[in-house]
Write a protein that binds this ligand. Sequence first.
Ligand code: NAD
Length: 734
Amino acid sequence: MTDFTLTKGDDGVAIITWDVKAKSMNVLTREAFATVEELIDQVLSDDSIKGAVITSGKETFAGGMDLNVLASIREKSGENAAQGLFDFTMNGHRIMRKMERAGMDAKTNKGGKPIACAITGTCAGIGTEIALSTHRRFMADNPKAKIGLPEILLGIFPGGGGTTRFSRMVGAMAASPVLLEGKMMNPKSAKSAGLIDEVVPAEELLDKAREWVLSATDADIVKPWDVKGWKMPGGAPYHPAGFMTFVGASAMVNGKTQGVYPAAKALLSSVYEGALVPFDTALKIEARWFTKVLMNPSSSAMIRSLFINKEALEKGAVRPDVADERVKKVGVIGAGMMGAGITLVSAMAGIDVVLLDRDLEAAERGKSYTGDYMDKGIKRGKATVEKKDAALARITATADYADLAGCDLIIEAVFEDMGIKAKVTEATEAVIPEDAIFATNTSTLPISDLAKASKRPEQFIGIHFFSPVEKMMLVEIIKGKETGDRATAKALDFVRQIRKTPIVVNDARFFYANRCIIPYINEGIRMVKEGVEPALIENAAKLVGMPLGPLQLVDETSIDLGVKIAKATKAAMGDAYPDEAVDEVLFWMADAGRMGRKSNAGFYDYDDKGKRQLLWDGLEGKYPVSETQPDLAEVQHRLLFAQTLEAVRALEDGVLMDIREGDVGAILGWGFAPWSGGPFSWLDIIGADKAVELTEALTKAHGDRFATPALLREMATSGETFYGRFGAGSAKAA
Ligand code: NAD
């Protein structure tokens, strides 16, 4: 069974249907592309066929290219990876160009066969690029369906002709939201943006496209750039209007990407240079830039972490082999900030929720979070009253433990206090079924210690959400010493139900994400004490691709939480505690009442409405800025290694069991420089020997917290990479 099939209608219109049977969403493989060419050849050579409609056998049209294909071409081409990728891309151009020219005469542009695209639903990437190379695009009127070219979000850019075609269709300026921002649009917006031609009722989609094919004239199917005298809409780069577009776009790209994402720059170059030459040459230029981006280690690392490995983890790559553990009824204990969020995402996923707090009023307050959230969605046209009612109907707010009786999973999110959590565990286990799994959302308390309150520690596990629950995509699952496979499977199945990305780690102080993020914040604060210009600290972080500088981050999470964590850590570590210098600054800020955003005062100033202003100038009174400032690169290395070395240690300690989880978790959990693909990918990009050299220099200048981990040293000696050594799914450090 091929992914594309052709059926010839009595009216002479061929219907080419894309339907990848093994997948819920059509993705394009190398073989399928070859079939497309065969079918196009058939359409063009069979005299009884008047034209064709390309459509999908699914409610959605296409998810894009199977990015595994690009990864495998690169691998298979070995030394000639660039040539392999370029040839593959050019072959795609040739096929789509054949479709676009549709057999018409090169000189007169006459005699071609019309080909329309009937887009049934969501359509992205190469799916959209195929549609763009047909002569007319019809899309079913489904406001939930989205169409676009989101490649840029994965660190590449539309390299299947989308960049060249779309910029020539609407002009560089108008193409910018689609190409540079990767915006996915509903059919109506896509029509205004010029991405599609007609929005029609779903049941009429195929008929409308077919009618058009039967009535299309020679002139209807010639693309504007194939007509002599064509000019780029909005002006070519050497015209005053076009020139201004590129100046503006260039500034925008640099502002948004801070220069760390190669794809946006390459896209812009491709549009600019392509606009100066004929269409077929422009496609070649696009293919060259595309190859260059694919060959950039940042792009492959981003694709590997943000697409291939993220998807693998979501599909259960690390799930133990036990039966289906999907959750039917979840009990959430503690209806505060986290409990309310967990309730919301569970109810939205169609799971029944019993939400328990100390009194009914508190539980109801937690439940109302779901109502308020849905109300906002209704206002923005993203939810409906029916959906809100259905979600609320799934939630039972209560203060009575007996109501937890039918729950197969419990998630405890009460105060961060060992004693309170122990009491809650006991009270809950007295009423829930024997085989129910008990999870805690603790952020700092060891799972194995909390499990001591449980009669069934093999059914006890950590499910650590990040705040705000509805926005943050990562969920960290923590196995205690005695946690069994069924508990892990249950946690993973639950995370899949609520459509988030899981990582599974072993129990140790701060688990994985917080373990790495705390040293990042601390390194920033430490630099303040040393007299490094705070603006340099913050900008260095952003210029290396961190979404928030360390000082802004601690303002967001609150200074008093930092103080609390520092005190608890010191109590646990005793003399070995390494962060006195950090605490001096942190405690001084707390004493001054500057608790961060929540108190409208922290390392930054805030206005009356809570909007962040400049860095607080009072900081300088206590910690004067030194006359000599470190290099930007040194500050960046300190900030990146503070996190990365902790990730390597987590792997050495066996907290992290799989480097894929380490990378995906870092990007989704705390925004670790996404361009790098995560801390392990970053180390692979710079190379273990370079990492050793840099950490040795940092250790000499700043102390043992930068000491080179043995694993890194070993890899530098043997010339290995993390992905080379640990590969997919076999990432045991030992
Ligand atoms: P919160 O103070 O907003 O909510 C805690 C809720 O638990 C309150 O509604 C309280 O009434 C209820 N509660 C307390 N004792 C109870 C008991 N004996 N029985 C029933 N209900 C009880 O706290 P939060 O920020 O939602 O945090 C909850 C848990 O999640 C903590 O363990 C925290 O460490 C963890 N966590 C928090 C974050 C975060 O960013 N806030 C992130 C991850 C994990």
